[in-house]
Design a protein around this ligand. Structure first.
Ligand code: FES
Ligand SMILES: [Fe+2]
Length: 391
């Protein structure tokens, strides 16, 4: 289909993607390459949902802050002097200058680099020089614009939509499913950042299917072969892949690591959980640790990936932690390179004007589910494909 002659937001042209899974096509290429499609995703998805931004232990002390841009919006996350974690728009209430450059740090107050207005870490305007002749000006009215931030299990989520449902409603059944991993009691031990030349959906689709494991991960984890997933409905804005197996999935075959998390329930002792919290937050909860894939969309053709690793706190205090954790890092670094590079290879192929939608294997139901979730929002129409556990 010629992209220039079609209205890419006309629901009728997605008939082949909206069929039942076994009959459906993959998404047309423009969903991954078009600037207009991406803008619509930002407006209708990233500006509306709970966006994952790592853990509160990245800013452990009062005065710590983390400034970043998410989906084009500069924000600041702070821990104020009462230990409360908050988020604000990174823009001065005087004439809009950006207050902090991207990065992490600690400060007593945030001072605008332009005319020196000063804000507390709770967002209140504390100093505004030479404003005494400005009629009706009241400092209380010019605090930083708050951004909703809520946490679950030590993880931070922000939402740019003041009317969005609370985070816990958005997550539905997921916190209960992962309860026995005691995510609150974990500590982030590493955050690795990668810039990828691919659309964010290609990366998410890859992470949620096991079809590529024997080929892409031939040299590393090809023994983790996927089985045909069976689906159970759940409540919440996520899909979850559960794979039954004994032993940590965070190690290369043959390596040994840390003992199992002590609080695991029976299901968690016998398998690993891979939820994708819509649209793009992937957790991997295995028997001895969890790792996450934090996706920041940067445009139709670019994304940032932050690969975070978390272990139970007592494990991180062991004398042999630094030595043993290297085996986990080896596994993650190698497989991240494999997944990152195949996602870029796919993006290069899909950017060809001659590419066409394809068909999906029975090992790729979540590609279908996630893509239809995106289409629901971008097109503004609902289909039955929603949340579920795939075992
Ligand atoms: S723009 Fe910040 S003090 Fe003027
Ligand atoms: Fe992979």
């Amino acid at each position: 289909m010629d992209t220039f002659s079609v209205d890419i937001f006309d629901p009728k042209i997605y008939e082949a993607q909206r069929r039942p899974f076994a009959e459906a096509d993959s998404l047309p290429a423009w969903c991954y390459t078009s600037e207009a499609f991406y803008r619509r995703e930002v407006d209708r998805i990233f500006m509306k949902v709970w966006n994952f931004l790592g853990r509160t232990d990245q800013i452990p002390n009062p005065g710590d802050y983390y400034a970043l841009e998410f989906a084009g919006v500069p924000i600041i996350i702070t821990r104020d002097k009462d230990n409360q974690v908050r988020a604000f728009a990174n823009t001065c209430r005087h004439r809009g200058a950006m207050l902090l450059e991207a990065g992490e740090g600690n400060c007593r107050a945030i001072k605008c680099p332009y005319h020196g207005w000063v804000y507390g870490l709770d967002g209140s305007l504390q100093g505004a020089p030479d404003m005494d002749e400005t009629r009706g000006f009241c400092k209380e009215d010019y605090g930083l614009v708050p951004v909703r931030l809520e946490t679950w299990g030590g993880f931070m989520y922000v939402n740019f939509d003041p009317n969005a449902e609370p985070l816990m409603d958005y997550l539905g059944d997921l916190p209960a499913i992962l309860k026995s991993h005691d995510l609150d009691g974990m500590v982030t031990v590493r955050r690795q950042e990668y810039l990828l030349d691919c659309n964010w959906k290609l990366f998410v689709e890859n992470a949620m299917e096991g079809y590529h494991i024997p080929t892409v991960h031939q040299a590393t984890i090809s023994k983790h072969k996927a089985k045909k997933p069976a689906v159970q409905d759940v409540k919440g804005e996520f899909v979850l892949l559960y794979t039954q197996q004994k032993g940590s999935r965070a190690l290369m075959p043959g390596d040994t690591g840390f003992p199992e998390i002590q609080t695991l329930d029976e299901r968690a002792q016998n398998g690993s959980f891979y939820p994708n919290i819509y649209p793009s937050t992937m957790f991997c909860c295995t028997q001895d640790c969890m790792w996450y894939l934090e996706v920041h969309p940067l445009g139709p053709n670019k994304m940032k990936l932050i690969h975070g690793a978390c272990f139970p706190k007592p494990i991180t205090q062991r004398n042999d932690f630094e030595d043993v954790v290297k085996r986990y890092y080896k596994r993650w670094d190698k497989t991240a390179d494999e997944d990152n590079s195949i996602s870029e290879v796919q993006h290069r192929g899909i950017s060809s004007p001659l590419t066409r939608p394809g068909r999906l294997s029975f090992l790729e139901p979540l590609v279908y589910t996630i893509d239809n979730w995106v289409l629901d929002r971008v097109l503004g129409e609902k289909t039955p494909a929603g949340s579920g556990i795939y075992e």
